[in-house]
Design a binder for this molecule. Structure first.
Ligand code: UDP
Ligand code: MG
Length: 228
C-alpha cells in the first residue's frame, strides 16, 4: 500500500489542533486505499501545542512529530517535514484549517492520474483585508517578472507533491527559502484545483508585514550584499 505524508507546520496552534485532528480523522476514513502519516513540525511553539501533539500521538500511531528547539519559521518547518517524511507523496497542510482537509481526496485523485504536483488555488480569500490582497498581487507581479519562470498565483503551500518533487526540493538546501518559487522552479507535471480559503479557525496569523517582506525580498541577503 502506498503512503501519503501530511506535513503540518505548527507554531502556537493549541486552539486549532483538536479540531484539525477531528477533521483529518474524518477525511482519513474516506481514504482507505493509502496508508496515512500525519507529520507535525512543532516550530518552537510557546503554548501547549507540543503536549497536544504528544497526546494525539499516544492514541494514534499515524501521528509523528519533529520538535524544533526554537521558532525557525514555516519555510524551515516545511523542509524538515520533507526530510522526515516517509510517504510516496506529501501534502502540506496549515494547522489553522485555512487549507480544508476535505480537498485532500481531490489532490490524491489527480496524483493517481499521473500528475507530480497538485496545487490548490484559492478561488476566494475570506477574512483577508483589501490591503493584504493588493500587496499579495503586487508581490506576485514582481516575483514573476524577476524570476522568468511561471509562478502559480493565488496559491499557498497547500499542495500534494510526488516523491520525485520532494527529492528535487530536498536537494535545495538554502536557508532563506521561498518554497512558492521553488515549487515552480523544479518543474514537473502540475495540476491545479480550486478551493475557497476559509478564515483561520482560531488564533491569529503568524505573519506580519515585516516577515512577509523578509520572505519577499530576502532581507538577510540584501544586508549581506550591502555590507560586504
Ligand atoms: N507556522 C509555522 N512557523 C511560523 C509561522 C507559522 O510553523 O513561524 C505555521 C502555522 O502554525 C500554520 C502555518 O504555518 O500552521 C501558516 O501560518 P499562518 O496561518 O500564520 O499564515 P497565513 O495563513 O496567515 O499566511
Ligand atoms: Mg493561516
Amino acid at each position: 500500500m502506498k503512503k501519503i505524508t501530511i506535513i503540518i507546520p505548527v507554531f502556537n496552534e493549541e486552539e486549532a489542533l483538536p479540531t484539525l485532528y477531528t477533521r483529518l480523522n474524518e477525511i482519513s476514513n474516506m481514504i482507505t486505499n493509502y496508508e496515512l502519516e500525519f507529520l507535525f513540525i512543532n516550530d518552537g511553539s510557546k503554548d501547549n501545542s507540543l503536549e497536544i501533539i504528544k497526546e494525539l500521538r499516544s492514541k494514534d500511531k499515524r501521528i509523528s512529530y519533529v520538535d524544533f528547539s526554537r521558532n525557525f519559521g514555516k519555510e524551515t518547518a516545511m523542509i524538515a517535514g520533507m526530510d522526515y517524511s516517509t510517504g510516496d507523496a506529501v501534502i502540506f497542510l496549515d494547522a489553522d484549517l485555512q487549507d480544508p482537509p476535505e480537498l485532500i481526496p481531490e489532490l490524491i485523485k489527480y496524483w493517481e492520474q499521473g500528475y507530480d504536483e497538485v496545487y490548490a488555488k484559492r478561488r476566494s480569500r475570506r477574512g483577508e483585508t483589501l490591503f493584504k490582497k493588493f500587496t499579495s498581487k503586487m508581490y506576485y507581479k514582481v516575483l514573476q517578472s524577476l524570476t522568468g519562470i511561471e509562478i502559480q498565483r493565488d496559491t499557498g503551500d497547500f499542495r500534494l507533491l510526488d516523491k520525485r518533487c520532494v527529492n528535487a526540493l530536498k536537494k535545495m538546501r538554502e536557508s532563506q527559502r521561498c518554497s512558492k518559487s521553488m515549487f515552480s522552479w523544479i518543474g514537473y507535471n502540475k495540476k491545479e484545483v480550486l478551493y475557497d480559503r476559509d478564515p483561520r479557525i482560531a488564533g491569529k496569523t503568524k505573519w506580519n508585514y515585516s516577515k512577509l517582506m523578509d520572505l519577499a525580498i530576502d532581507r538577510n541577503n540584501i544586508i549581506y550584499n550591502f555590507t560586504s
